[in-house]
Design a protein around this ligand. Structure first.
Ligand SMILES: [Zn+2]
Length: 480
């Protein structure tokens, strides 16, 4: 009896931030069951989300073996071990309250009928047409909804279907291709958001979407598109000489970090002065077993394990006006802003403008988010677009330093993290990935046209000098 009480209070604080969302039904999610087919990145990212969210039963089916040399893994694994078994081991650490099992077997007709049984939803997320055929016909026969999705290096697509017969559901243009982390993060986020809407809608009006596409090769990013035309032939070492500095090691930082490690970024500096709390665990999957430790340090340590060629370093303090020597000495190729407050964002923007460093910035809410890029000489800085300087002064003077806990859930963080990775790729390597989008990429799961690029932004000519002079100047300018 006593054990049960402890368990309940612990899982309560784990899900506390998502239970702050109006209409959230954690019990319903904890009772739900998913059969997930696949062990490449799209299924991998999806398993990470379902586990963090607290889905009751997750069974993962695939027959791939680990090849640590061509690895693409975010979990620890041994050479030649079944991938699903390594996934199961890591996912159980990420959420010990979820019932997770990896079954080493590719579904064929007989297998499905015998083993999968009757989950609430089947997710077929391989690039294998035969497996999709089997799952779609099984789902149709038993009346189980099937989410079918595929991805390549730069694009992906999924369908949410119930007994619908159409050749397009097989996603044949993706057959046999390797899945990349950018589309996998974005797609898996939308897949799981729609699963959540299906299982535990926030209101009776909430509706799932039938289909979604992402394509980094298209300037509209979220148009219905065939498989990306740069898939599989991009240089695997394209980012190995690049140095990124990421400010913010929270939920966005987790997913961006995983992406940077899998994309092979050479060096990553992580700046964050926060420590890990139990209430972070529903959306910051790499922080298992680390409550109380510094986020930046734990994230760097886990990313160095995911990619042993990567040099991830941490600075466990909050970014402020004392980082001038760091930016002067290091001059990273790109700054990634994954913070959750405008004060830090204004300071990040200052350093980017002052040192002419490209900046990709993202923010999230429980069901929405946005991403924008500042490329010196090509687009406008964050102050010209969002008045971050003024907001910083208000945040510093008007609001008290005690902030109420904000509702937060894992899906929007992985989606925005994936979009940031895409814009980072276009910023660092436009010759391979195409041009950066100068507009704002918006995502809102409560709308039917759930994502798109808005506004074309002209460049600005802002110049900045010493950070402390600037800080003094704006504090005086905006003080009320
Ligand atoms: Zn500007």
């Amino acid at each position: 009896m006593e054990i049960k009480v402890i368990r309940m209070s612990s899982s309560f604080s784990r899900y506390n931030r998502q239970e702050l969302i109006r209409g959230w039904d954690q019990r319903r999610i904890e009772k739900s069951s998913v059969a997930l087919i696949g062990s490449d990145l799209l299924a991998g990212c999806t398993s990470l989300l379902l586990t963090s969210l607290g889905v009751g039963t997750l069974e993962i089916y695939d027959n791939d073996l680990v090849n640590i040399y061509g690895k693409n893994l975010f979990f620890e694994a041994d050479e030649n071990e079944p991938k699903v078994e390594a996934m199961e081991r890591t996912l159980k650490k990420i959420n010990p309250y979820a019932d997770i099992s990896g079954v080493n077997c590719l579904p064929d007709r007989h297998f499905l009928a015998g083993i999968i049984g009757h989950p609430d939803v089947i997710m077929e997320l391989t690039n294998n047409t035969e497996s999709k055929k089997v799952c779609l016909s099984y789902g149709k026969k038993l009346g189980i909804p099937v989410i079918t999705g595929s991805a390549d290096d730069v694009s992906g697509r999924f369908y949410f279907t119930r007994g619908y017969d159409d050749r397009s559901l097989l996603l044949e243009d993706y057959a046999g291709k390797k899945q990349g982390v950018m589309p996998s993060e974005i797609l898996s986020g939308v897949v799981v958001e729609n699963f959540r809407k299906h299982m535990a809608p926030l209101s009776k009006d909430e509706q799932t979407i039938k289909s979604m596409s992402y394509n980094l090769n298209s300037r509209a990013r979220f148009t219905e598109a065939k498989a990306g035309n740069r898939a599989n032939d991009s240089d695997p070492n394209v980012f190995s000489k690049k140095h990124a500095t990421m400010i913010g090691a929270g939920a966005l930082g987790n997913f961006i970090g995983i992406g940077l490690a899998l994309m092979g970024v050479g060096r990553l500096d992580i700046i964050d002065g926060d420590h890990i709390e139990e209430t972070n665990l529903n959306r910051q999957p790499l922080f298992y077993n680390s409550v109380g430790q510094m986020k930046a340090a734990v994230l760097a340590k886990r990313l160095n394990k995911i990619n042993t060629d990567m040099d991830a370093r941490s600075m466990a303090r909050f970014l402020d006006e004392n980082f001038e020597p760091y930016f002067k000495a290091n001059k990273p190729d790109i700054i990634i802003d994954s913070v959750d407050n405008l004060s830090a964002r204004a300071i990040i923007n200052h350093y980017a403008v002052e040192h002419k460093i490209p900046l990709v910035s993202g923010g999230t809410g429980p069901s929405s988010g946005q991403v924008m890029s500042y490329i010196p000489g090509k687009s406008a800085c964050l102050d010209c677009r969002m008045n971050v300087d003024k907001e910083m002064v208000e945040e510093r003077t008007v609001h008290s330093c005690i902030r109420d806990p904000m509702p937060s859930v894992v899906m929007s963080n992985e989606i925005v993290g994936g979009i940031i990775l895409g814009e980072m790729a276009t910023t660092l390597s436009p010759e391979i990935y195409g041009e950066n989008v100068s507009g704002i990429i918006k995502y809102d799961s409560s709308r039917s046209n759930w994502a798109g690029v808005i506004g074309s932004v002209e460049k600005c000519d802002c110049k900045r000098g010493d950070v402390k002079d600037w800080m003094k100047e704006v504090m005086e300018k905006y003080k009320t």
